[in-house]
Design a protein around this ligand. Structure first.
Ligand SMILES: Cc1cc2nc3c(=O)[nH]c(=O)nc-3n(C[C@H](O)[C@H](O)[C@H](O)COP(=O)(O)OP(=O)(O)OC[C@H]3O[C@@H](n4cnc5c(N)ncnc54)[C@H](O)[C@@H]3O)c2cc1C
Length: 457
């Protein structure tokens, strides 16, 4: 191992200053991600790469020494995907920050270290828009988004990360550099390898550059906020809306998350509501009005206690910000086990009711926020980490929520990835044949299992 560290340090002169870190204090910030896994390991080195060539050089060394590599973007993974493994080399992409926007092809070519918000801003400077918008868009990297196939709030109308990835440069486990796709809207030459790497969570290769499709700038949205006295009414209204309409946002908060956000923001949310929906339309003004009137009528039919509508984008953004604030607001109440289960929309009501039943049976608080229009919920299990018995009940509930989703024909993860925390449930969802196919692909691309071991597989 010390041989590897010496060889990594010998690479340092070919890299930007201070690229290789081996001091435990300076490496500490690279051990954990936002899943806060207490079993996080200690790396032997962190390399802050600046180019594809840097990545290739580090991978070749690690491959020769058969040392694990954990690729890290901004470390906001909620499933433990960027948690360090013991004795690994962490490749941090934080310094890979070049971006070029090409308005002619309506694409951008970007390195992985930029934050999602920075990619959006670069596109906006040309009157263009990169839609995928995880709630963490100001703190997560675009490389992490590619590697987890991140979703977000506007995905109900505009799709998820993979729908915008046209090409990439990827460094394989043996150091080979592969160029896939490019700034072409249509391209079916060969297998869909670009798509294979999207969502592969750093287990098949390291993405060092990516070509993203951009759209014309979004029209300023109109916003409707509705509160409900029962969860069933709120989820019933969601099912009714998605049958015939495509709002540009359809988000859900339950009472526990409304109250946590209200505690933090004091913005005047109705603490007594069982559920709140935040819905947007970005159609041209007259169509937006018609769409939101139809949605308002559905909310009333499902006994909404209050329906509020604004075409002032800033006023609307305050409610969207409230929804985005749910995770940090609940983190103030204790430690979180964060779920990401999704179901076909007609099963949304059964999922939300089932989660409430698990919360009652296990005696643990579970707040729910959801990208409701996608059937993708985030049950947030809140617990006191110093109470061993409560930790056990929270962990039991964590498994039961995933089993519930699988039983309803759903998924254990809609957007955060399997990471380390959910892999025990993956075979139950995929079945043995699909699981084996996953293993064969991993084996073909990373026969020594050095890329993010312990994640997914
Ligand atoms: C408050 C909060 C809200 C969130 N909301 C959302 C949301 O709405 N939607 C959503 O999808 N997620 C959400 N997330 C989760 C998280 O932000 C996403 O999973 C994000 O895509 C991770 O990006 P990152 O740069 O932090 O990646 P990291 O945590 O650094 O890494 C995530 C995974 O990607 C791999 N990886 C990173 N970069 C590369 C690369 N260049 N090549 C290969 N593999 C790589 C890592 O090895 C790891 O497996 C939220 C997180 C927080 C804290």
């Amino acid at each position: 191992m010390s041989g590897l560290v010496a060889e990594l340090e010998s690479l340092a002169p070919t890299m930007a200053p201070d690229a290789v870190l081996t001091d435990p204090d300076r490496m500490a910030g690279y051990r954990w991600d936002r899943a806060n896994d207490p079993t996080a390991g200690t790396p032997v080195a962190v390399v802050r790469v600046s180019s594809t060539e840097d990545v290739q050089a580090v991978v070749r060394l690690a491959a020769r020494h058969r040392v694990p590599i954990v690729t890290r973007g901004a470390g906001t993974s909620l499933s433990g995907g960027s948690t360090a493994a013991d004795g690994c080399v962490v490749i941090s992409t934080e310094r890979m920050r070049r971006i070029e926007v090409d308005p002619l092809t309506r694409t951008c070519r970007t390195e992985p270290g930029l934050f999602n918000a920075e990619v959006k801003a670069a596109a906006a400077a040309h009157g263009l828009w990169y839609p995928p918008d995880p709630s963490s868009f100001e703190i997560c990297s675009i490389g992490g988004n590619i590697a987890t196939n991140a979703g977000g709030l506007c995905c109900v109308k505009y799709g998820v990360t993979t729908d915008y990835v046209l090409g990439m440069t990827v460094v394989l486990a043996d150091g080979t550099v592969v160029e896939l796709g490019g700034p072409r809207i249509k391209d079916v030459a060969g297998l869909s390898l670009t798509k294979l790497f999207v969502g592969s969570e750093g287990t098949l290769g390291i993405v060092t550059e990516v070509v993203l499709r951009l759209l014309p700038a979004q029209r300023p949205p109109s916003t409707l906020v509705a509160t409900f006295g029962s969860l069933t009414d709120a989820t019933g209204a969601v099912c009714e809306m998605t049958r015939t309409m495509r709002p540009s946002m359809l988000e859900f908060m339950d009472q526990a998350s409304i109250n946590a956000v209200e505690d933090m923001t004091r913005m005047g949310l109705d603490r007594s509501a069982a559920a709140l929906l935040v819905i947007q339309s970005d159609e041209p003004a007259e169509f937006a009005l018609a769409e939101l009137e139809a949605i308002s009528e559905i909310c009333s039919r499902y006994r909404a206690s209050e329906v509020f509508h604004t075409d002032d984008p800033q006023e609307g953004e305050a409610f969207v910000a409230a929804r985005r604030a749910a995770i940090p607001a609940l983190e103030r109440r204790g430690s979180l086990l964060l779920e990401d289960v999704g179901v076909p929309i007609p099963q949304l009501s059964d999922l939300v009711d089932g989660i409430a039943a698990i919360s009652a049976n296990r005696g643990v608080d579970i707040a729910v926020v959801a990208h409701a229009g996608d059937g993708n919920t985030h049950p947030l299990i809140v617990f006191d980490p110093s109470d061993t018995e409560q930790v056990e009940r929270a962990q039991a509930a964590y498994g039961e929520v995933m089993e519930l989703a699988i039983g309803l024909g759903g998924t254990i993860t809609g957007e955060h990835g399997v990471g380390r925390l959910k892999k025990a449930w993956l075979p139950d969802q995929l079945g043995e044949e699909a699981m084996e196919l996953n293993r064969r692909i991993k084996q073909a691309l990373d026969p020594d299992g050095i890329l993010n071991p312990g994640v997914i597989f």
